[in-house]
Design a binder for this molecule. Structure first.
Ligand code: IMP
Length: 427
């Protein structure tokens, strides 16, 4: 069955854009199922580099239909500026489909995100400030605004008023901010309606029909497993489900239709924002990983926190997502280290722990137990097959595979589209 899920196996930024784009040429639909413009994919096509935040990576493949599913939150102004940017560079975006049930990130959701973070002070989550959490909160509170609401002015006005009633109390009385006028918000939202209209579709029907017709559908996760609202390092997480189950709820495609779940795994670990990160490095190795790996957020421009590979997390990702394969990225970044530590277990309060602890307190106390693997110095960016890799790089990959619990079916050895070693085909 040709439905695949591609998702981040760590804290996001594993290089998913490259992986999705690699498959983009052979898939018919690329679907985002959660998150919004808090994601950031860099896709390199020839000598062109594209930074995508909200749009599915498949937008760059002319034969592919990109879909924004019902589980995504959409900021229309960001959507349009991303579309404009691509159109100016000659990319045809007319095939895009957006679920009428997707929720809209309204200007007041962005305001609430920013004031809440400021209010939390040193306890802040370190959000991207794009209004993601407050938009999902409105959705769960049943005061969200959906794309389809733009086509009924009376309903839209009632819903915006209902959403703002409580928020204005909070903004003026707790956060000491000015109240937001419902009329102005409605006016802004209505100004997006005409341009959005051609893209709006019943994407549940479209995707299920496509699968019945044996089309290849790729579900593209934003963020990563450890940022999942249910399975991540709560509360330092995003407000949606990047894990595999999110692909079903966020698109209306049932789990029996999904044949393959591919976890994107960086050869080391990074994280943006606050929260626990056992293998984080605060020395020159961490600085070198950041510099060589270009570890700066595509979306926020923030430096990423960097550390060694953590096999405990990879095993956890295999379990909670039911991973069938891994795509190991950025192996080339590790070239030049004489020895490479890999975290195989944690020490928590003097005890060796092999699996991710469910207790937040325990995880905050976890100290990495490292196994040291020998490094390599040869340039690997032109390697085309596994056997082209230096022996120590091969052994590093094999060790990671053994520790992580699923086969590594592809390896990224450079940022370019063709700088990938395919071991097992994903299709
Ligand atoms: P939010 O998604 O903006 O609410 O931010 C919640 C947490 O998720 C913060 O720690 C962010 O830094 C993190 N986050 C959100 N999107 C990404 C991403 O695409 N990559 C890595 N971290 C992310």
């Amino acid at each position: 069955m040709p439905a695949l899920v591609l998702l981040g196996a760590q804290w996001g930024d594993e290089g998913k854009g490259k992986a999705t784009d690699l498959l983009g040429g052979s898939v018919d639909y690329v679907v985002r199922y959660q998150g919004g413009n808090n994601a950031g994919h860099t896709v390199v096509v020839g000598d062109q580099k594209y930074a995508l935040h909200l749009l599915p990576s498949g937008i760059l493949s002319p034969e592919c239909t990109p879909v924004i599913g019902n589980g995504v939150v959409v900021d229309p102004s960001v959507l349009f500026s991303e579309l404009n940017g691509l159109n100016e560079r000659g990319v045809d975006t007319s095939k895009l489909l957006i679920s009428g049930n997707a929720h809209i990130i309204t200007p007041y959701n962005v305001t609430v995100d920013k004031v809440t973070e400021r209010f939390l002070g040193k306890r802040k989550i370190g959000t991207t400030g794009r209004g993601i959490g407050p938009t999902y909160a409105d959705k769960i509170n049943r005061v969200g605004i959906r794309i389809q609401d733009l086509y009924d002015e009376s309903i839209l006005t009632q819903k915006v008023e209902a959403a703002l009633d409580g928020k204005n109390q909070l903004l003026t009385k707790v956060f000491n901010r000015r109240a937001i006028e419902a009329g102005k918000v409605v006016e802004e939202l209505l100004s997006y309606a005409d341009r959005l209209k051609p893209y709006v579709a019943d994407t549940v029907l479209v995707l299920n029909r496509a699968l019945e017709d044996d089309k290849v559908v790729l579900f593209e996760g934003g963020q990563g497993t450890l940022l999942d609202i249910d399975h991540g390092t709560y509360p330092f997480v995003t407000s949606s489900n990047p894990t595999a189950g999110g692909a079903c709820t966020g698109t209306g495609v049932g789990p029996t239709k999904i044949s393959r779940v591919i976890g994107i795994l960086k050869a080391y670990t990074t994280r943006v924002g606050s929260g626990p990160f056992p293998t984080e490095l605060f020395d020159e190795d961490g600085e070198a990983l950041r510099r060589i790996g270009g570890e700066r957020g595509v979306t926020t421009g923030r430096d990423r926190r960097c550390g060694w590979f953590d096999a405990v997390i990879a095993r956890y990702a295999t379990r909670v997502n039911g991973l069938t394969d891994f795509f190991l990225t950025k192996l080339d970044v590790l070239t030049g280290w004489e020895q490479i530590p890999v975290c195989v277990a944690y020490e928590i309060d003097g005890k060796r722990v092999e699996e991710l602890p469910y207790s937040q307190t325990d995880f905050h106390h976890a100290k990495p137990i490292y196994e040291i693997l020998p490094g390599w110095s040869e340039d690997i960016t032109s390697a085309k097959s596994f056997s082209d890799l230096p022996k120590n790089a091969q052994n590093y990959v094999k060790a990671l595979e053994e520790m992580s619990g699923a086969p590594i079916s592809a390896i990224g050895v450079g940022p370019g589209r063709d700088e990938t070693i395919e071991i097992n085909s994903f299709l």
